[in-house]
Ligand binder design. Sequence first.
Ligand code: HEM
Length: 90
Amino acid sequence: MVQRTSLPSFAKDIMPMFRPDDIACMRPMGVRLNNPDWMTDPGGDPEYPDYANARRVFAVLQKGSMPPDQPWPDAWLTVYQDWMANGFAP
Ligand code: HEM
C-alpha cells in the first residue's frame, strides 16, 4: 500500500503530469486538462455514470492513444487510478 500523509489531489498529483503541449492541444476540443473544476466535475454522461470527464481522460491514457507521441508509463496510470479511487479531490 502507498504510504501518504494526505489523499491524492488533482493539483498536487495529477496536473503536473500533463505537459503544456498536452493542455494546449486538448483545450480547443474542450478537454480541459489544467482545469480542476472540469477534471473533478462529478457529472456523468451516457458512457460513464459519474466523473465522466476524468474517466474519459483516463480511458485514453490507459488505452495508450493519448498522448499521441508517448503513452504514459504504468506508474503514472497507477497514480491517476489512485486519485480516482480516493474521491477525485481537486
Ligand atoms: C496527457 C495528454 C492527453 C490527454 C489526456 C488527451 C485526452 C484526449 C481525449 C479524452 C480525447 C477524446 C476527446 C473526446 O472524446 O471528445 C482526445 C482526442 C484527441 N487528442 Fe488528445 N490528449 C492528450 C494529448 C494530446 C496531444 C499532445 C495532442 C496533439 C498533439 C492531442 C490531440 C488529440 C486529437 C487530434 C484528438 C481527436 C482525435 C483522436 O481521438 O485521436 N492530444 N484526447
